[in-house]
Every structure is written in structure tokens, then in C-alpha cells.
Design a protein around this ligand. Sequence first.
Ligand code: HEC
Length: 95
Amino acid sequence: MNPYEASPAILEQGKLLYEINCKHCHGAKGTGDGKVADKYPGVANLAGDAIKGVTEGHIFHVITYGKGLMGSHGSQVNEEERWKIAKYVKQLQSN
Ligand code: HEC
């Protein structure tokens, strides 16, 4: 379970981490239109119906281990950072 509440400070940290580690593929709004997305066929639309329902734990897991063409980000972001990113992704999904 995510140890963080969705406070403004946590979401802001999650956003910064997302922008550094995820945005170039998943795009600023998570829709899968990042600037290198065309090099990774099948970049997921995080805001789309297929992914919208996933739990923060699932997002944490995908960040840790990767999936398909998305590599593991376990060495780039530590556990706390992964939870903050997961919170921010849920916020993106709710917009
Ligand atoms: C190199 C490009 C790339 C980067 C960087 C990247 N992803 Fe992905 N991501 C992908 C691709 C491609 C898929 C689709 C994987 C599949 O289903 O085969 C994906 C899928 C996902 C999924 C959906 C998993 C599912 O259950 O289907 C989530 C959630 C996700 N990424 C989150 C993130 C987060 C958070 C970050 C930043 C820490 C990130 N990704 C960074 C390319 C990327």
C-alpha cells in the first residue's frame, strides 16, 4: 500500500519524478505521446480505460520490473519515489 497521502507536496514531487523518468515515453498527460514514444511501439496510454483502473501497487510493480518494451526503472527511482510517481499517475488518470 502506498505510504503517502495525495497531498499537494507529494503530488508535486511525483510530477517532477514523472517528468524526468516517464514523460518522454508516456507524455505530459500520460496519453502515450511522449517525444520518443514512436520508438517504443505500444507505449501505454496511462489515462486510457485499459490502465485507468490499475492500483498504485500495480504501477509500483511496473516501474520496478518494467513490462514489454518498458524497461525496469528500479535502479533510477527508489521505492519512495516509485510510490510518489504512482500517486501522480493516479492523479493524471483522474483528470
Ligand atoms: C522507454 C519508454 C518508457 C518509459 C521511459 C516508461 N514507460 Fe511505461 N510503458 C512503456 C511501454 C512500451 C508500455 C507497454 C508495455 C506492454 O504492455 O507491453 C508501458 C506500460 C506502462 C504501464 C501499464 C502497464 C500495464 O499494466 O499494462 C504503466 C502503468 C507504466 N508504463 C508506467 C510508467 C511509469 C510510471 C514510468 C516512469 C517511471 C514509465 N512507465 C516509463 C514505455 C515506457
